[in-house]
Design a binder for this molecule. Structure first.
Ligand code: FA5
Length: 346
């Protein structure tokens, strides 16, 4: 082994490594160069390994050369590493710079759906008359939707409601004949009357807004999902006059002082007498819902004495009411999710 030659080679390796280190543009590239120079299979490692078997006079010379090269290379790599780290940090700060002078991005503000808005305003007026809100489930049982409302099985009035039944596996069988499920989507908000009277003692003044479902064919005034607002008052000595006065007061507040209501005899199994509520709007009468005095059979179903308590109830179609209020000609507009329609309601 020629000490002179190897010393020169070590100096060359160091000079080449310095060039490559300086040319490295990233920390990864620098690490790769470092690996090549100091790696186990590198020429420098080979020389280091051969040091053990080198002749006695060559050993100190080579040892010194290797030590010097190591020192030089370590300082070169450390220096370049510091430079690249600083550069990376500067780039990151630049990329993440926040420009405080940029105008902010505005949040798009939503607004209440006209149906929600009518319900809110409706409730507001009745709060003023001392009413509170009650709620019931949208998936009901036959008992609450029909039975307790004086519509036993096979009652002809049931056919007025195109009911959607819920199939949850166990088909009911009556005298060998399969019949509809006991579970259904409520066809009106009237079952809430029963739930309230079962759980709270009178006097009661409650309002129950909510979604109802019927298998109705879609047209300008029918939709399979729609909303009703139920009202129920139970107290001593209530009369039909109280019902008429309440509805008139409400309509005036909602539609204006000149608004007129019309109550015409109607039939609902759960009220007696019953009436159809209509309002005068742009030259014609519009039917809004039904109402009447709570039928004694309903009081009996919930364990209230009909001699002691009287009551009135009403159920109003929210979409139809909103159509009257805003001059909307087709119920389908409410559910098309067309912003051009919805944005007209502040
Ligand atoms: C009832 O549902 C009774 N529960 C109302 C009632 C309550 C009477 C309390 C007496 C005492 P009716 O089936 O007429 O009644 O429905 C009431 C209103 O709901 C209708 O006038 C209408 O405004 C609305 N309505 C009914 N079906 C639909 C439908 N498919 N789409 C939109 N609105 C509907």
């Amino acid at each position: 082994m020629n000490a002179q030659q190897v010393t020169e080679e070590i100096a060359e390796i160091a000079a080449r490594a310095e060039k490559h280190a300086d040319a490295s543009e990233t920390l990864d590239a620098l690490r790769a160069v470092q690996g090549e120079v100091f790696g186990r299979k590198s020429r420098l490692s080979e020389i280091k390994k051969s040091l053990g078997s080198a002749p006695g006079d060559v050993k100190p010379v080579l040892g010194k050369a290797i030590g010097a090269a190591n020192k030089r290379l370590n300082s070169i790599f450390a220096h370049r590493k510091a430079e690249l780290e600083e550069q990376a940090e500067t780039e990151m700060l630049e990329a993440e710079r926040v420009d405080f002078s940029l105008p902010g991005r505005r949040h798009q503000r939503g607004r209440r759906h006209p149906v929600t808005r009518v319900i809110d305003e409706f409730c507001e007026i009745f709060f003023g008359m001392g009413y509170t809100i009650a709620e019931g489930p949208e998936v009901e049982t036959d008992f609450y939707n029909f039975g307790a409302l004086n519509m036993p099985k096979n009652h002809p009035a049931r056919s007025d409601y195109d009911t959607l039944y819920v199939d949850h596996g166990g088909a009911a069988v009556d005298h060998g004949v399969a019949r509809e499920s006991e579970v259904l989507l409520r066809t009106h908000t009237s079952p809430v009357q029963i739930r309230v009277m079962e759980s709270l003692p009178p006097p009661l003044y409650i309002l129950a807004p909510g979604r109802c479902f019927r298998q109705d064919t879609v047209d300008a005034t029918h939709f399979p999902t729609f909303h009703q607002i139920e009202g129920l008052a139970v107290d001593r000595g209530l009369t039909f006059g109280d019902l008429a006065g309440t509805l008139e007061q409400f309509t005036r507040q909602f539609l204006g002082a000149s608004a007129k209501i019309r109550l015409r005899p109607d039939f609902f199994p759960f009220t007696e007498p019953s009436a159809e509520l209509a309002t005068w709007w742009e030259g014609r009468w519009l039917e809004l819902g039904g109402c009447g005095m709570v039928d004694p059979a309903v009081f009996e179903a919930v364990g209230l004495d009909p001699e002691e308590w009287q009551g009135f109830a009403f159920g109003i179609g929210v979409e139809r009411f909103a159509m009257t209020r805003y001059g909307i000609d087709d119920i389908r507009h409410f559910y098309r999710n067309d912003l051009r329609f919805l944005e007209q309601f502040l």
